[in-house]
Every structure is written in structure tokens, then in C-alpha cells.
Design a protein around this ligand. Structure first.
Ligand code: THU
Length: 134
């Protein structure tokens, strides 16, 4: 799937964001190696700490359905009514990516017209991983 299409899909996912506290809405589209795309949005909570990011929503939907191999994720976000030109994933979401993805997993940030593609190893160097536990 083309990166621009994956970003458009993330923009659709963002429409379901539940962000009454921060008013910062995020959408993610996670492309699995089997070709399926899992959508995620951020889901906030009055307790704040129970909030979950868009990226993790997408990963946990896929993994909970038995899918654990991934190619790429597109992420878009911004304040309600706006869309930032680049919405980088938080550290916790990068760590979740590292659990399931190879170093060359692609993280796509930007707009359908202008985007950048990062390899996971670029944005999470020296990750703690399951190999540390051997
Ligand atoms: N958020 C995400 O959904 N993904 C990220 O990688 C960074 C932050 C959400 C969490 C919260 O609902 C809002 O953005 C403001 O932090």
C-alpha cells in the first residue's frame, strides 16, 4: 500500500479520536504483512493515566486478533480542527512497535502530499527488547 493512502486512512481513523481533555486528536493506520490495515485513535480518560494512544490502539487490535507481523504505520495528529505536519509517536508506543516489528518497520509521518518515512531503528535506537531477556 502507498504511504499517501496509509496517511489518508490514518486521517479517517482520527475522526473517532476521543480526546475531550487534551483536544489533541491522533489517528493511526497500521499495515500488517498480510495486507490488512488496523485503525487506531487515541482514547482519553478522566483519570488521565488510563488514556491510550492511537498507535497502541491499532497494535493491540491487531495482536488481539492474532496478527503479529507488520510493515508500516502512518500517524497523524493535531489539535481539534487542525492537523500538524508531523506527529511523532511517544516513547511508549515506540517500545510497543519494537516488541512486534523489525528494525526496518516503517513509520510514516506527515500529510498525503508531503511525508517522511523513518525506520524504527532510527527513532528508537538501542531499544530494550526481548533479546535482552534471554
Ligand atoms: N497521543 C497519541 O495518541 N499518540 C502519541 O504518540 C502521542 C500522544 C495522544 C495521547 C493523548 O490523548 C493526546 O495525544 C495528548 O497527549
Amino acid at each position: 500500500m502507498e504511504c499517501s493512502k496509509l496517511i489518508e486512512t490514518a486521517m479517517q481513523a482520527r475522526e473517532n479520536a476521543y480526546a475531550p481533555y487534551s483536544k489533541f486528536k491522533v489517528g493511526a493506520a497500521l499495515l500488517a504483512k498480510n495486507g490488512k490495515v488496523y485503525l487506531g485513535c487515541n482514547i482519553e480518560n478522566a483519570s488521565y493515566s488510563a488514556t491510550v494512544c492511537a498507535e497502541r490502539t491499532a497494535f493491540f487490535k491487531a495482536v488481539s486478533e492474532g496478527v503479529k507481523e507488520f510493515e508500516a504505520i502512518a500517524i497523524v495528529g493535531g489539535k481539534e480542527g487542525e492537523l500538524s505536519t508531523s506527529c511523532a509517536p511517544c516513547g511508549v508506543c515506540r517500545q510497543v512497535m519494537a516488541e512486534f516489528c523489525d528494525e526496518d518497520f516503517k513509520v510514516v509521518l506527515g500529510t498525503p502530499q508531503k511525508y517522511d518515512v523513518y525506520a524504527l531503528e532510527q527513532i528508537l535506537p538501542l531499544a530494550f527488547s526481548k533479546t535482552n531477556l534471554r
